[in-house]
Design a protein around this ligand. Structure first.
Ligand code: SAH
Length: 672
């Protein structure tokens, strides 16, 4: 059987249905899953184990049999913990078939076949009764269904159903409760992910400021969660305006209601400033009295137990609909609203008592300006980066003449606006708006002379940026588009950027390696079946694939010098043959070679470039600073351990990299 997967074609920029082996989806799911990261989360695992032991003891002390329901068992880990803790029987429910199969194998391998029944169903399909999936209702409910926003993976409706149909009243729940915390901050950096700041353009006839239209100014944005590794946000990048306060909590041992709700807390600003952002995270108490606590609190929050790195749970950044000034000591109300799956926030000034009694219901944010649908958060940040814009302005000023006819090919780009302000006479742009700027709603290969009013293009520009790009080199679509419009270009056309270069560096990750590293034994349970499954899925493709990661969130150190490995000349058309390179890169520092990082640098014009990857190596130790608006490509080496260079022996990594011009994809191979 074959399945079809939607994917952007990097040579056409279009979404296409690609026929894949039926196992493709499942392998992607496993290979890119967070299971490995969860199994490496020692803090989470030990606390679950403590909480489960305590719950089993409480039930036993009451003289009852301990019957456990584990919803979303994954590898079966929490059920095995329960069985080891003395539970009489466990029902382990898992909806994802490959995982349920793995759970059966792992449970068997660890000798719990008689104690744990794996049920491959969604929990809402599970039946109870003599002929049902479960003989009787459970008196211990164990789950781990949380995402960074706590409720985004549907924990609330799952709990609601379980309490109604699958567990006894007064059951023990592990975790017992979750609490969501918030802190109000001002942060130009984070605010730049949500609003377009004025753009300053130094033109020959003086400074001009491009401002965003008012519907964009006042747009509440989109409700999708912004989850980041907040611990990588330097304290200088935000100003704390309030203490940390509890926003709401959920008791999982009682009937949980998933219906929409709102909560309101009073905040007394500790500092005057502009309220822009609500930072949020949660913790879970594994036991009723809260002695066993697992928290996602960021580094500046005191009393945080030993820090645990994890990628499956991070912290949330919520954007208030508008920035509002707050004054130190003058109380304000923060309102949180949620539906079944997401949370959003609004600030209320404390005015009349009456008005404040009702926690006014706030509508879920809906983008009215379109920009939040076109630009995601990192893209907003990129467009607000004045240094980057400065490079484009400098380059445009170099190439634009008063009689230039320009074509811009990029998604949601401000280049036409910049060029217009810099005096370009006429500007054509594929896919966008404005007056002096003509938007051509066609694909490059379908561009007609009539679209261009029979003019030839003298300046072709692009950032390049395309919303469908996943990996850095997917923006080479610009090159394909340039090739497609060749017949419309003058013989002396200027192409901006004129070329691009692919760079590569070998790195040691501080933590990110965990997400692709086998776990072996987890809390005494053999989970190698899972390791093998992940390895098998990673190797499913003949050659492994690089994956995109925003490396500003994932500290690493460089083990080699950065190296330019391939160049792409946009002044020429895409060649027929593929571009390939081979070589070796010396390891200069001692460390574990976890993988190679690859990124693109665009040469806009002579001596002017923009870099989407490594900004600098900041110290002797090799710590790296990355472009904060872009994802870089990470190619994890399959064996890490072997790659530690011997003390006195300089070692090297050999590579072979091939850019297939037919597919627009890059395939690579490394040998240590
Ligand atoms: N319990 C494991 C895995 C947690 S990941 C551990 O702690 O290591 C959550 C798992 O729950 C995923 O495998 C997902 O497929 C499954 N899941 C989520 N909601 C579910 C539901 N309502 N019914 C059954 N499985 C569910």
């Amino acid at each position: 059987m074959k399945t079809f997967c939607g994917r952007a074609n990097p040579t056409t920029g279009a979404m296409e249905w690609v026929e894949e082996d039926e196992n493709y989806d499942y392998h992607q799911e496993i290979a890119r899953s967070r299971y490995a990261d969860m199994l490496h989360d020692k803090d989470r695992n030990t606390k679950y184990y403590q909480g489960i032991r305590a719950a089993v003891s409480r039930v036993k002390e009451r003289g009852e049999k301990a019957i456990v329901l584990d919803i979303g068992t994954g590898t079966g880990l929490l059920s095995m913990m329960a069985a080891s803790a003395g539970a009489d029987f466990c029902y382990a429910v898992e909806v994802f078939k490959p995982m349920a199969n793995a759970a059966v194998k792992i449970v068997e391998k660890n000798g719990f076949r008689d104690k744990i029944k794996v049920i491959n169903k969604h929990s809402t399909e599970v039946t109870v009764g003599p002929d049902g999936d479960m003989q009787c209702r459970a008196n211990i409910l164990v789950t781990e269904l949380f995402d960074t926003e706590l409720i985004g993976e549907g924990a609330l409706p799952t709990y609601e159903h379980a309490h109604k149909y699958l567990v006894q009243e007064g059951c023990e729940a592990v975790p017992h409760r979750a609490t969501v915390y918030v802190q109000l901050v001002e942060s130009k950096r984070m605010w730049s992910w949500n609003k377009l700041f004025p753009v300053h353009v130094e033109a020959e006839d003086g400074e001009k400021i491009i401002v965003s239209p008012s519907e964009m100014e006042n747009c509440p944005g989109v409700p999708s969660v912004c989850d980041i590794q907040l611990n990588q946000m330097p304290s200088g990048d935000f100003t704390i305006l309030s203490d940390v306060v509890t926003m709401f909590s959920v008791d999982f041992s009682k009937l949980v209601r998933s219906a929409s709700a709102s909560y309101r807390v009073q905040l007394e600003p500790v500092k005057s400033g502009k309220a822009q952002i609500v930072l949020s995270w949660w913790d879970i108490d594994m036991d009723p009295c809260g002695r066993i606590n697992c928290t996602m609190a960021p580094y500046w929050v005191k009393n945080t137990s030993a820090f645990q790195w994890r990628d499956h749970w991070m912290q949330c950044v919520y954007f208030l609909p508008n920035e509002e000034p707050v004054v130190q000591g003058e109380k304000v109300y923060l309102v949180a609203c949620r539906d079944e799956y997401s949370v959003w926030y609004k600030l209320q000034k404390a005015r009349g008592e009456e008005e404040n009694k009702v926690a006014a219901r706030v509508e879920s944010p809906v983008c009215r300006c379109q920009a939040h649908l076109l630009w995601n958060r990192p893209r907003f940040g990129q467009l607000n980066d004045q240094n980057r814009t400065g490079q484009y302005i400098k380059a445009l000023m170099k190439v634009l003449k008063t009689d230039s006819v320009c074509l811009c090919i990029s998604d949601g780009s401000l280049l036409p606006v910049l060029a217009h302000y810099l005096g370009a006479k006429q500007f054509f742009k594929a896919n966008h708006l404005e007056d002096k700027i003509k938007i051509i709603e066609t694909r490059p290969e379908l561009l007609l002379s009539s679209h261009l009013e029979d003019k030839k293009i003298s300046v072709l520009v692009g950032e390049p940026f395309f919303t469908t790009s996943l990996l850095p080199w997917h923006n080479l679509y610009f090159w394909y588009a340039r090739t497609a419009v060749s017949s419309h270009l003058t013989s002396t056309v200027t192409v901006l950027p004129q070329s691009a270069a692919l760079h590569m560096m070998i790195v040691e990750f501080q933590d990110l390696w965990r997400i692709r590293s086998p776990c072996g034994i987890c809390e005494g349970f053999d989970v190698r079946t899972m390791d093998d499954m992940i390895k098998n899925s990673l190797n499913f493709r003949e050659s492994k694939e690089a994956e995109p990661h925003p490396l500003w969130e994932y500290p690493c150190k460089s083990l080699s010098d950065p190296q330019e490995v391939l160049t792409f000349d946009f002044r020429d058309t895409v060649p027929e043959h593929s571009l390939s390179t081979e070589g070796s890169v010396k390891l200069l520092r001692k460390g574990k070679s976890h993988g190679a990082v690859l990124w693109m640098e665009y040469h806009l014009a002579a001596d002017i470039s923009v870099n989407t990857g490594l900004l600098q190596i900041s110290n002797e130790k090799g710590n790296c600073e990355w472009n904060p608006h872009c994802k870089q490509a990470v190619y994890f080496f399959s064996s890490v351990i072997e790659s530690e260079p011997l003390p006195d022996l300089p070692s090297a990594v050999t590579y072979a990299i091939n850019f297939n011009t037919k597919t627009g994809e890059i395939v690579m191979d490394f040998k240590l």
